[in-house]
Design a protein around this ligand. Structure first.
Ligand code: PBG
Length: 332
């Protein structure tokens, strides 16, 4: 669509920018608290809020504090919270058995939040990296990340999370065939209303560094994740992955990271018109926060502009560590 436009001086674009009221009246895209999913990091203990060095302002929370955080988020109108566990290295194994322990940190936290704050949707992460002694998202044999064996493990993990009351499962592992396997297992187990938000187009990115510190996976990880996460040079492949995951039963899809991949968000929304999300990842957060702390950019303005950009690019929502701060600002 090309709008019909007079030429200057009949057309003066500045007319509708001249005042706040006209700017508000002509604004095409808006951000609301309803667009936010808040990822939080959880750890063992009680009364603990442990700062994460590479993510200023973000903490690892013990379950009691995570419940308080969920209450606060719900009060701000944030619809969903997403849990990432910092797992004690002593429970990490090559078989990742802790991933489907019904009493692991994530599963206890899901139950605690759903009991105390049932109105907030709880999203989980499905991948083996927090439980894997070698830091990968999948099972490893002879240096190879095993696809089909990993999918079986992920299905177990998904079923236990669903049993604990998770509303949205977020497979972030990038194995092939996991969405279909999870969907049929969920149906068979009677979890017909558990949603899957697939990390469908997840790139092998340098922007995940601070997250790996936050969940304690940096030390363990040998090599990189390029045999399963996407090549940053690809765009058509993202559409094929999204289509594949939709056909296998994903309810919502994600592009990750966010800001360096806004072109992908737009293509996905235009091509499929499905609920589309972007993950503003830890490195994006750290860049904005770090520059703001040094006085190099205006932190709040840069945060809000970065979030609005996702809406403009076609996203229905954003996973962002800024969620409570942004929601508070939106409240005014
Ligand atoms: C791992 C996972 C990662 C993130 C979410 N789930 C990191 C990775 O793939 O190494 C990254 C999130 C962020 O950087 O904020 N399954």
């Amino acid at each position: 669509m090309r709008p019909i436009q007079a030429s200057y001086p009949a057309a003066r674009f500045r007319r509708v920018r001249k005042s706040d009221s006209l700017r508000r009246l002509t604004q095409e895209h808006v951000l609301t608290a309803n667009d936010l999913i808040w990822p939080i990091f959880i750890r063992d203990g009680a009364g603990v809020e442990e700062p994460i060095h590479s993510m200023p302002g973000v903490h690892r929370l013990s379950i009691d504090r995570a419940v308080q955080a969920a209450e606060m988020a719900a009060g701000l109108g944030i619809p969903a919270i997403c849990l990432f566990p910092y797992t004690d290295p002593s429970v990490k194994t090559p078989g990742c058995e802790e991933a489907w322990n019904p009493d692991n940190l994530t599963n206890r936290c899901i139950r605690a939040i759903k009991a105390a704050v049932p109105e907030i949707a709880v999203m989980t992460d499905i991948a083996l990296d927090p439980y894997n002694s070698n830091g990968h998202d999948g099972l490893v044999r002879d240096g190879i990340i095993l696809n089909d064996e990993t999918v079986e493990a992920l299905v177990r993990m998904a079923l236990v999370q669903a049993d604990c009351g998770a509303d949205i499962l977020g497979p972030s592992d990038m194995m092939d065939g996991r969405i279909g396997a999870m969907r049929s297992a969920l149906e068979a187990a009677g979890h017909k209303d558990v949603a899957i938000l697939s990390y469908s187009a997840k790139y092998a990115s340098a922007f995940y560094g601070p997250f790996r510190d936050a969940v304690g996976a940096s030390g363990a990880l040998k090599g990189d994740k390029k045999t399963y996460q996407m090549n940053p040079g690809n765009s058509d492949e993202a559409l094929r992955l999204i289509e594949r995951d939709l056909r296998e039963g994903a309810d919502m899809v994600m592009v990750k990271p966010g800001m360096p991949y806004l072109d992908i968000c737009r293509r996905v929304k235009d091509a499929f018109g499905v609920p589309t999300y972007a993950y503003q990842v830890s490195g994006e957060y750290a860049m904005i926060r770090g520059a703001a702390e040094r006085g190099w950019i205006q932190g709040e303005a840069a945060m809000m502009e970065s979030l609005l950009a996702f809406k403009r690019a076609g996203c229905d929502g954003i996973l962002t560590y800024f969620a409570p701060e942004a929601a508070r600002l939106l409240r005014g």
